[in-house]
Design a binder for this molecule. Structure first.
Ligand code: ATP
Ligand code: MG
Length: 402
C-alpha cells in the first residue's frame, strides 16, 4: 500500500530563529529541486510542517530524496482516511499489516491528536477504540505505553484523519545558506569531500577550491575533483568550483625551499589564495579536510603554523574523527568510490621524505619574505582561477569546461 502523503518535520531550532521564513523557503526550494523527477507530488505547508501529497508517486524513491535535504529532521509516510471511526480503524490495520508480517511479538501504543474538535471522540477514546481494534486484528500485538516499538499516531484534522507510525530520519542539520558561506578546499582525496558534506549539513553555502599542478598532475585528477563537486552538489543543488593553477608556485618552492618546510609553505600559499578567493566570493570562512595527527602537516603545531597564513576562520569538521569513520561517511554520502581513483593531486607529487611535524613560524615567515616572487604569483593564481558552475544534473565532461 503506497502511503497517501509524507509528513515532514523541520528542526525546531531553525523554526524559532529570526530568519525562519528564509529557512523555510530554502528547505522548500531544495525539496522542489530534489523532487522534480516526481511531477505528481504536491507540497503543502502548515505551521512549520510540510506535507507532500504523493498522488501515487512511489514513496520509497521519494524518501530517498528526502534524506538528502538538510533542515529536515524526520519524516513519516502517512495514510489518509475519511473522518469515520471504522474507516480509521481499517486504515490503521492496513498500515500495520506489512510491518507485523514477520514478527512474533510487537509492542505498540496509539496516540491521537484531535485538532478538529467536532470529531465525536476525544483523543483518549480514540486511542482506546483504535488500539482495541488493532489488538483484536493482530495476535502478535501487545500494548506498551512507555517504550512501544510502534507508536500509531492519529491526527484528526478538519477534513480527514492522518494515520502514521514510521519515522525516518531526514538529512538533519540546517538548510542551505542558513549559516553563511565558506570556501571548501577540495583535494581529490577521501577527507575533504566528507568535510564539505558536514559543512553543507550545517547550512553553510560552499564554493569549492582545487589546486592542481597541470601538466605534472593529469587532467583526470581535475576531472575527479569535478566529479566530487557534482556529488556534493546533490546535497546543495549546485556548487561552484574554482580551479587554481598551482604549478608555478609549487615548482618554484620545490627549487628554492628547504625540503622539510615544503608542505608547510605550499599549504600556506594555498590558504592565502583561498582567502583571497573567499573575499572575492563574499565567503567568510574556509573548510578543510584536516584530521588531527593524520599526516605530518596535521599535527597541532603544523596546523597552527599553516593556519596563521590567514585571518579567516578555518573550519575543520573532521578534526577529531578517525580515518575509519571518515571512510564510512564517504561511503554513505557517495564520494568514496570517486576519491579512491588513483589520480594524484598536487600535494601527492614530489612529497618530501621527512616533512616537518613541528615547523617554526618565524623561520617559515623569514623564508617567505625571501621569496620575492611569492606575492605576485599568489595574485596571479587568484586572478587566473577558473570558475566552473556545477550541479547534480550536470552530465558534461572535462573537455567541455576548458
Ligand atoms: P584529503 O583526503 O582531503 O586529500 P589529506 O588527508 O590528503 O586530505 P592533506 O593532503 O594534508 O590531507 O590535505 C589537508 C587538507 O588540505 C585537505 O583535506 C584539503 O582540504 C586541503 N587540500 C590539500 N590538497 C589540496 C588541493 N590540491 N586542492 C585543494 N585543497 C587541498
Ligand atoms: Mg589529500
Amino acid at each position: 500500500m503506497n502511503p497517501d502523503l509524507v509528513i515532514i518535520r523541520l528542526g525546531e531550532l531553525m523554526l524559532k530563529r529570526k530568519n525562519r521564513h528564509r529557512f523555510l523557503r530554502s528547505v522548500r526550494d531544495r525539496l522542489q529541486a530534489v523532487l522534480k523527477p516526481f511531477p505528481g507530488l504536491q507540497l503543502e505547508e502548515e505551521y512549520g510542517r510540510i506535507y507532500i501529497q504523493l498522488n501515487n508517486e512511489p514513496y520509497t524513491q521519494v524518501a530517498n530524496e528526502l534524506k538528502k535535504v538538510f533542515g529536515i529532521v524526520s519524516f513519516s509516510p502517512a495514510y489518509r482516511s475519511p473522518l469515520d471511526l471504522q474507516r480509521i480503524q481499517d486504515t490503521a490495520r492496513q498500515m500495520m499489516q506489512p510491518l507485523l508480517a514477520e514478527s512474533s511479538q510487537v509492542t505498540f501504543k496509539v496516540s491521537a491528536n484531535r485538532a478538529n474538535k467536532e470529531f465525536p471522540y476525544d483523543s483518549q477514546q480514540l486511542g482506546y477504540l483504535v488500539g482495541g481494534f488493532l489488538l483484536q486484528a493482530f495476535d502478535q500485538l501487545k500494548v506498551d505505553v512507555h517504550q512501544p516499538q510502534y507508536e500509531v499516531r492519529l491526527d484528526i484534522r478538519r477534513e480527514y484523519a492522518l494515520i502514521f507510525t514510521e519515522v525516518e530520519q531526514g538529512g538533519g542539520g540546517y538548510p542551505k545558506g542558513s549559516n553563511g558561506k565558506a570556501m571548501l578546499m577540495l583535494s581529490g582525496g577521501i577527507d575533504s569531500p566528507v568535510a564539505g558534506w558536514y559543512a553543507l549539513r550545517k547550512g553553510l553555502e560552499l564554493e569549492a577550491v582545487h589546486f592542481h599542478s597541470y601538466p605534472y598532475t593529469s587532467e583526470r585528477a581535475q576531472q575527479k575533483v569535478i566529479d566530487l563537486t557534482k556529488i556534493l552538489s546533490v546535497y546543495s543543488g549546485s556548487m561552484n568550483l574554482h580551479m587554481v593553477t598551482f604549478t608555478e608556485i609549487q615548482t618554484r618552492l620545490l627549487k628554492g625551499a628547504d625540503e622539510q618546510l615544503l608542505i608547510t609553505l605550499m599549504r600556506r600559499a594555498m590558504l592565502r589564495i583561498c582567502s583571497k578567493l573567499a573575499v572575492k566570493r563574499k565567503a567568510s570562512g574556509i573548510v578543510t579536510g584536516e584530521s588531527l595527527g593524520q599526516v605530518a602537516s596535521q599535527t597541532l603545531a603544523s596546523m597552527d603554523v599553516i593556519g596563521r597564513a590567514t585571518d579567516m576562520p578555518l573550519l575543520r569538521p573532521l578534526i577529531t574523527m578517525d580515518k575509519q569513520e571518515i571512510i564510512r561517511q564517504a561511503e554513505t554520502i557517495g564520494t568514496y568510490e570517486t576519491s579512491i581513483q588513483p589520480y594524484e593531486d598536487c600535494c601527492t607529487l614530489f612529497v618530501p621524505k621527512s616533512p616537518s611535524i613541528n615547523p617554526d613560524l618565524s623561520r617559515v615567515e623569514k623564508v617567505e619574505q625571501s621569496l620575492e616572487w611569492l606575492d605576485e604569483e599568489i595574485e596571479r593564481a587568484v586572478s587566473s582561477a577558473q570558475l566552473i558552475e556545477l550541479s547534480d544534473r550536470d552530465e558534461s565532461k572535462f573537455e567541455e569546461y576548458f
